[in-house]
Write a protein that binds this ligand. Sequence first.
Ligand SMILES: [Zn+2]
Length: 75
Amino acid sequence: MRRCTRNGCRDHARLTLTFNYSTSVIWIDRLLDEREPSSYELCETHWSRFNAPNGWRLEDRRRVEVLPFVHRLAG
Ligand SMILES: [Zn+2]
């Protein structure tokens, strides 16, 4: 288990935020196996308080993993 990257926070990180500066998109992923130097790992408390900076869009990629299952049900 890794800790939240916010200063002074001792909670466990629950998800990974990756800032893509070329497209102004912030990816939300389940906690990656390896810590990426350019990403932030937040606990649930800090994630619930997180707001995207002006001009940035949040893209939740956690749902993407569910899609193949949905397609199987539909087919
Ligand atoms: Zn935290």
